[in-house]
Design a binder for this molecule. Structure first.
Ligand SMILES: [Zn+2]
Length: 133
């Protein structure tokens, strides 16, 4: 993953911030060097290390969500939908919401894919999706 930035103002990615010299009314340097988004010139952007931290959390949570999905679907098979406690569904929903919120800046919606994730193959597919972000 190369270094990238994500602008929270215009929701776009970029590789290198632009800079401008804030003179604060001074006629000569030293000026303040301010880094800004090349698209909208906002200074409200985050470096990719924030994303990498989230990614590492996702990497650990995704297998747990998959196991929970398998567990829930086998319980449903055995006991039937009507007899299911909703606690497990809630836990599953909360985990999925948490991940989706963390990656909210990407317009892609993971929710359905995360809910359907029941095999190693599904897991791999979702991981690849995260890798390509
Ligand atoms: Zn921007």
């Amino acid at each position: 993953m190369s270094e990238r930035f994500f602008c929270r103002e215009c929701n776009r990615f970029f590789d290198n911030p632009h800079y401008y010299e804030e003179t604060h009314g001074l006629d000569s340097p030293p000026y303040e060097r301010v880094s800004i988004c090349p698209h909208c010139e906002s200074d409200d952007f985050v470096g990719f290390d924030v994303f990498i931290e989230k990614y590492e959390v996702a990497e650990k949570l995704l297998p747990a969500i998959m196991k929970l999905n398998i567990f829930i679907s086998s319980l449903k098979d055995v006991f039937g939908l009507a007899n299911m406690s909703s606690d497990l569904d809630d836990a599953q929903g909360e985990l999925i919401d948490m991940l989706c919120d963390a990656f909210d800046c990407f317009e892609y919606d993971f929710r359905d894919e995360l809910l359907d994730m029941c095999t190693e193959y599904d897991l791999e597919k979702v991981m690849m999706r995260f890798d390509s972000l």
